[in-house]
Write a protein that binds this ligand. Structure first.
Ligand code: UDP
Length: 249
């Protein structure tokens, strides 16, 4: 299951489509193998470029997918096109369905306490045969050894097949990278703000907006406070163009 990578500003993004990744992850679960999936968007790439320890966390992932049309477009500009966008939210929904069908156990880690309990309630309602082994909110100190150990031990004891981690960027990737060695099995999928969408707190952009590559604008209109973080989008575009010019020289 060797996957080819495409270099996007120093990040080896997996050249894999959603369907193939889904099958690979199912086979990891069936073989009780661990796996760590990062769904990279331009903000993640720009954060990694500025922060070495975050870069190491990202590079320790088994798969880095292109979450965000910006990454797919960058791969085209570099003449090394990625097959498609593979968003964390879409993968999560795929695996909620797969888990219900194959009786895989899932654990949810992240979001505010009231959000994660609402997420669980909604999942129980819409996926009555889904096995939710457990959940924990995301408001703990990821660098506090005692707190983290308690959470890790709890998850280990429940032996989930999949662990969805929605602690926000960069905490979620750092948490998985720091604790991965403590687990014997499990697919760790970083899902950003997906629990908020499942809880009905935020909305995903309608498909028509996604097709016009305007998901970023939809998010900005819903959460105007994100504008500061979105500055990484034009910075990313500029870095890609500079890299293209450098490659031509
Ligand atoms: N979050 C968390 N712990 C924190 C900060 C954020 O669990 O200390 C959660 C937050 O509640 C949300 C998710 O991480 O459910 C994504 O947060 P945000 O929108 O800030 O980040 P992004 O989607 O850009 O990764």
């Amino acid at each position: 299951m060797e996957t080819k990578n495409v270099d996007i500003l120093g990040i080896p993004v997996s050249s894999i489509d959603r369907h193939t990744l889904k099958n690979n992850l199912i086979s990891h679960i069936e073989n009780a193998e661990k796996s760590f999936v990062v769904t990279a968007n331009p903000e993640i790439v720009m954060t990694a470029k500025k922060n070495n320890s975050y870069m190491s966390a990202i590079l320790s992932a088994s798969y880095i997918t292109a979450d965000g049309i910006g990454i797919v477009k960058a791969s085209r500009i570099m003449n090394n096109p990625l097959p498609e966008r593979v968003a964390g939210y879409d993968l999560m929904v795929d695996f909620i369905r797969v888990s219900q069908e194959y009786s895989y156990k899932i654990f949810l880690l992240g979001a505010k306490p009231e959000v994660i309990t609402q997420t669980v309630r909604n999942l129980e309602k819409y996926y009555p045969n889904l096995h939710i082994a457990g959940y924990h909110d995301g408001y703990f100190n990821i660098h506090d050894e005692e707190e983290t150990t308690l959470i890790v031990e709890r998850i280990r004891a429940l032996e989930p097949d999949l662990i969805f981690v929605g602690l926000g960027v960069p905490r979620q990737e750092e948490w998985v990278a720091e604790n991965y060695h403590r687990f014997d099995k499990g697919v760790f999928l970083c899902v950003g703000g997906s629990f908020d969408v499942l809880a009905g707190v935020t909305k995903r952009a309608p498909i028509s907006w996604q097709n016009c590559n305007l998901e970023w604008l939809y998010r900005l209109l819903q959460q105007p406070a994100r504008w500061r973080r979105m500055i990484s989008l034009p910075q990313f575009a500029l870095s890609v163009l500079k890299e293209k010019v450098r490659m031509r020289k």
